[in-house]
Structure formats: C-alpha cells, structure tokens
Ligand binder design. Structure first.
Ligand code: KG4
Ligand code: ZN
Length: 334
C-alpha cells in the first residue's frame, strides 16, 4: 500500500506546531514553538498575545518542519489541522494556514478535533487496540471515552466543572508557584507527604468528575492557615492535592474498564505527563492485566504530531473540509 504523508498544524493555545506523519504512526519531523516564556510574564496565556505570536511564527515553523523532514509540499497527501476546541484567535491562524496550503497545492483538507489528537498521540507509541477506554486529562478537558474502533468516540463521563489541568494551575497559583503550575505541583508533590488529607472529589458511582470543590478546599485551607499565622507546607499540600486527584481519576477509570469489559487503556492530554498519575496507572494496570499506553512526555502537551496521527485516520475515513472551514472555540468530539 502507498505510504500516506499528512502535514499537520496545531495552534489551539500557545504552541505553534507543524508535523509530518507517515501512515498515522511514523513521526517524520515535528517542530513545536512554545510561547510559554512570554505568557509566564502574565501568569497565564493571554489570548490576544498568543494569536499575534502564531501569526509571526507559523510560516517559519512550517518551513523548518519541511526542511527537517527533507520533503516538499508535493510529497504531502493531505493537510490536517486542529479546527477546535481552543482559543478562537489562536485556532484561526492554524486553520487559515492549512486552508492556504490546501488551496495553493490542491491537497485535501482534514479537520481534526484537538482531543482526537491527544487520543491519537498514543498511536505514535503503539498501534491502538480496540475496544479501549481513553482517560483524557488536559487543561480544558477531563473525560472518560469509550472507543469501539478507530475514530468512534463515546463519552461515558467527564468533569462537571473545572478540568483537572485547570485545577492544578489554580492550586499552583494559590500556593505561589509559577505558571504553568501543573508540572511544578507534580514535582513538589513528589517531595512531600499526604498530610492534609483532602476529600476525594465526587466519589460516587458515576463516571463524572468535579474539581472545583477540591480547588476551593485548597484555597480556603491556605487562607485559613495564613489568618492563623501558620506557614503552609507547600510540598505536603501539593502531595495531598495530587493524592486525591490521582485517586479519583484512577478509581473511576479502573471501574470503567471493568464495567465495560475492556482491557485496553490509553491516557491523553497535558496531565498525562503527571508522574503521580503515570505511576499509579502503571501499577494498577499491571495488577489487573490491562494494556496501558501513555504518550511519551513530548507528546502529552500540545503538538502537531498527534494531529497528524489522528488526521491520518480521519483522512482514511473520508473526512474532509472545504475552504470555508471555520475555527470553533467549542465543539463536541465526534
Ligand atoms: O493538553 P494541554 O497541553 O493543553 C490543553 O489542551 O489544555 O494541557 C495543559 C495542561 C495544563 O493545565 C498543565 O498545567 C497541565 O496540562 N500539566 C500537568 C503536568 N504537565 C502539564 N498537570 C499536572 N502534572 C503535570 N506533570
Ligand atoms: Zn491540548
């Protein structure tokens, strides 16, 4: 069978990224230009700044990726792009770049949902086996998804309020850690102990999650301790927060695997980089004989390689967009 080369573009938040992926699994070249240092000055992503930086960077990132791959546009079979969800001004730059390339070089245009990309980041590690459960944990999403086959997404539960990454970032800010807080809370958690014993959030028999309560519990705790003149042990508070979050995520995920009779689990999204979550899932899955795939660290956070992997399957299924494709800040995964 002829090889299929997908050129993928991702610009949904603060990373400008272009990648070339062969047959949905071979990463030929990827370039990721992160704007993190710029946004760190403001304590979070500033959408207007992100959008302007994507405009400045997109052509350069594209050229660098093609050079790195030693390919040109005639070698490419289709252009895949994240059309949503994400920051609208950021998404628009990637979508416009993809449409321009598709028009200029007369290539099919394949729209990819950002979360489908995070899920297919796992296909860059190992081919996915079905049926599977995907635990999606990012800055904007926390979902449990059942997949019977490629590109079939059935959401069985998810957060009712904050996404888990969002809760990590807020907790980091409250205890005075810099942006982005998730990885720093994770690091501190490994230096501390679960001494604050926070409750397990939404510890019920649904597959839903809630992280706003535990976030408020941390905020109140910090506030009360300050008023009493007590010093917070940041490492222990991070360890306590991480313990509760990892406990509830893994508890509901393992139950879903059992109840759906599935023995394949994949983890997706920025929080898949969390060491506590990776360790706990690795040990539970080995006890229960579950095949676990977690993306490598570089594929956990936003990148275009994952969009190229998902884009290949969307392309094979005949998913196409016209040149009137628009970016969507919110859209259900389907
Ligand atoms: O998937 P992602 O790059 O962007 C979205 O699509 O949202 O995820 C970013 C989120 C941020 O909230 C960041 O703090 C969190 O992932 N994150 C982590 C870790 N690394 C990234 N959260 C906890 N532990 C980590 N090691
Ligand atoms: Zn993401």
């Amino acid at each position: 069978m002829k090889d299929v080369y997908i050129l993928a573009i991702e610009s949904s938040c603060d990373e400008t990224s272009v990648s070339i992926i062969r047959n949905g699994c071979d990463e030929i070249a990827t370039v990721v230009l992160s704007q993190m240092d710029m946004h760190a000055n403001f304590g979070g992503v500033v959408p207007e700044v992100a959008s302007r930086m994507h405009i400045e960077n997109i052509t350069m990132v594209l050229e660098e990726c093609l050079n790195k791959a030693d390919l040109d546009m005639t070698d490419i079979d289709a252009i895949a792009v994240t059309y949503g969800p994400g920051l609208i001004g950021s998404l628009l730059i990637g979508v416009q770049a993809a449409k321009t390339l598709a028009y200029l070089y007369n290539k099919p245009l394949v729209p990819v949902h950002h979360i489908a990309g995070h899920i297919y980041a796992n296909n860059l590690e190992k081919p996915l086996s079905f049926p599977l459960i995907a635990l999606v944990v990012s800055g904007g999403h926390t979902d449990l998804i059942y997949m019977e086959e490629d590109y079939s997404f059935k959401r069985i539960g998810g957060t009712l309020d904050d996404a888990v990454g969002e809760a990590y970032d807020k907790v980091a800010r409250v205890v005075g850690l810099s942006y982005p807080g998730g990885p720093i809370v994770d690091k501190k958690a490994h230096e501390g102990k679960n001494t604050y014993h926070l409750p397990l959030p939404l510890n019920d028999d649904s597959y839903d999650f809630s992280f706003s309560g535990i976030k408020s519990a941390v905020i109140n705790l910090v506030h009360n301790e300050k008023q009493r003149g007590n010093v917070i042990n940041v490492e222990n508070l991070c360890a306590s927060f991480q313990h509760s979050v990892v406990e509830i995520l893994t508890k509901k995920t393992m139950r879903a695997l059992k109840e759906f009779g599935v023995n394949n689990l994949i983890v997706a999204g920025g929080v898949a980089a969390n060491k506590g979550l990776r360790e706990k899932l690795t040990s539970l899955c080995s006890e229960e004989n579950i095949n676990l795939i977690i993306p490598s660290m570089k594929h956990c956070t936003d990148n275009a390689a994952m969009i190229g992997a998902a884009g290949y399957y969307a392309y094979k299924l005949g998913r196409r967009a016209n040149l009137d494709l628009n970016a969507k800040a919110n859209d259900a995964l389907q």
